[in-house]
Design a protein around this ligand. Structure first.
Ligand SMILES: Cc1cc2nc3c(=O)[nH]c(=O)nc-3n(C[C@H](O)[C@H](O)[C@H](O)COP(=O)(O)OP(=O)(O)OC[C@H]3O[C@@H](n4cnc5c(N)ncnc54)[C@H](O)[C@@H]3O)c2cc1C
Length: 308
């Protein structure tokens, strides 16, 4: 794998990466996916995806990931299990240093994803999927008719609260300040929703649970007084961390650190493409990630036709 000049090297084996691999390999390009863990990325961490078209019952994210990988490999795409540790993208032949040795390719597709920023509380990770969530669009349906809280004060938190207010009995929007930083257009709908309650000047300092989350300890940011809130679910919306440290000095990024690439998935460097959650975009979901993968193959083809 390392002694070959690949047409396409894809960094990241999540849904975006394997969709790109499927389309590129079927277009006749030698294609390598480099993945540091196992296929599926964030998608593989959820056991029930209800909003990916084509599945009437929910689909297990890990199983869907295995199927996506198998489908791409059926047509000849290969996978190198390694972490990419540095990249050199400016020349026609691009070099990726990995924990398994260097890889060279004519085009590189970045599909390294983004991780939700955690609160950093003890047991937060263990309660993921058992009351603690990071995506209301993905998991809100599991809390129909229940009481939930959203923590955060920006646009994501505002959007999550509105999404959940249509499904849940009661939504608490917890913020450590006394006003939101979300854009003004969110304020009127938030105030209009009669099942959204603002909880100002509070931080979530403890996750209460038996098998699942059942409550929160809140600490007042001014008086330091503690209080208790019963909830069935908590959605953490305090930002995301795009995995762009590899390319931060080589590609144009937006102020939040996402790679700037429009619907063509082309980045600021020729022959380098960005797809899925790592790209600046309005909705980060499996369906938009796989769509990006397909689109990238079209522009890889266009680039290679002109360059060769
Ligand atoms: C808990 C949870 C539940 C979700 N539920 C849903 C849902 O129900 N419906 C929905 O549509 N979406 C859901 N999402 C969102 C969805 O999973 C993401 O939008 C999607 O996975 C993004 O795909 P991606 O391929 O862009 O990135 P990712 O899935 O993040 O994959 C990126 C991959 O790149 C690899 N990688 C990163 N850096 C390197 C490196 N340096 N070297 C090698 N490999 C690297 C990572 O290991 C990872 O496998 C959920 C997300 C989470 C966290």
């Amino acid at each position: 794998m390392q002694n070959k000049l690949w047409d396409v090297a894809i960094i990241g084996g999540g849904p975006a990466g394997y969709s790109a691999a499927l389309y590129c390999v079927r277009a006749g390009y030698s294609t390598l996916v480099i993945e540091m863990l196992s296929a599926g990325g964030q998608m593989a961490t959820t056991s029930a995806i209800e909003n990916y078209p084509g599945f009437v019952e929910s689909v297990d994210g890990f199983e869907l990931a295995m199927t996506m990988q198998k489908q791409a490999e059926k047509f000849g795409s290969e996978t190198l299990y390694a972490q990419v540790t540095s990249v050199s993208l400016a020349d026609f032949i691009k070099t990726l240093e990995t924990t398994e040795g260097p890889v060279q390719a004519k085009t590189v597709i970045l599909a390294t994803g983004a991780d939700p920023r955690p609160l950093g509380l003890p047991e937060e990770n263990a309660l993921r999927g058992r009351g603690v969530g990071y995506c209301a669009t993905c998991d809100g349906g599991f809390y129909r008719g229940k009481t939930v809280a959203v923590v955060g004060g920006g646009n994501s938190a505002a959007e999550d609260a509105l999404t959940l207010s249509k499904l849940c009995k009661q939504v608490y929007l917890i913020h450590r300040r006394d006003h939101l930083s979300a854009t003004r257009s969110y304020l009127a709908p938030l105030e209009k929703a009669d099942n959204i309650t603002f909880v100002w000047n509070k931080e979530v300092t403890e996750l209460l649970h038996e098998e699942k989350l059942n409550g929160l300890t809140l600490t007042d940011t001014i008086t330091k007084e503690q209080s208790h809130l019963d909830v069935d679910g908590l959605f953490v919306a305090i930002g995301r961390l795009p995995n762009t440290w590899l390319v931060k000095d080589q590609l144009a990024l937006d102020p939040q650190g996402y790679i700037i690439a429009d619907e063509t998935t082309r980045t600021s460097l020729p022959g380098v493409f960005a797809i899925g959650d790592v790209r600046q975009k309005p909705l980060r979901q499996v369906v938009t990630a796989v769509a990006d993968g397909a689109t990238a193959s079209k522009f890889v083809e266009e680039y290679l036709n002109l360059a060769e």
